[in-house]
Design a protein around this ligand. Sequence first.
Ligand code: COA
Length: 144
Amino acid sequence: MYQIISPSTPEEFDRYFSLRYDVLRAPWQQPRGSEKDSEEDHSTHAMLTDETGQCIAVGRLQQNSAEEGQIRFMAVHPNWQGKGLGKLVLRHLETEARKLGLQRIVLQARENALNFYLSEGYANTGASFKLWDIIQHYKMEKVL
Ligand SMILES: CC(C)(COP(=O)(O)OP(=O)(O)OC[C@H]1O[C@@H](n2cnc3c(N)ncnc32)[C@H](O)[C@@H]1OP(=O)(O)O)[C@@H](O)C(=O)NCCC(=O)NCCS
């Protein structure tokens, strides 16, 4: 069955960042390393694995303030998209946010993921930026 862990070993982090890169960067020919930012050491990481240990979904929660968390880098392996796994990772990160005492989550949703977040109770507060001049993003927010 599936389980959600927080990567801790270098090998687990390799698999975690690889999926992030493969889903969110490689299709747009972005360089290795572009899948990480300066907040990795201060963030909560979630990695969903199958019974063989393969990493098939990931997501990250960072704390913006005492009240606000931000979810970034949500990615599900293409073969497993649309099967409810993204929802499991998102809900896991929301639970972690509540444990931290956070009161709301904000995020920047890619256009293709808007309906996913809407279905999980996020409100679209408007168009924000266009990544690489290609992918329109929308700011979304949810009160926990
Ligand atoms: C967006 C993403 C994380 C969603 O994860 P997922 O596992 O595919 O989504 P789920 O199967 O958990 O979907 C949960 C709900 O959202 C809906 N949904 C998911 N993706 C959708 C889409 N592209 N369009 C419409 N609805 C969608 C599902 O119908 C489902 O609703 P239901 O429970 O009422 O049936 C995943 O598809 C993905 O990695 N996409 C490519 C990368 C990306 O865009 N990441 C987000 C960056 S902001």
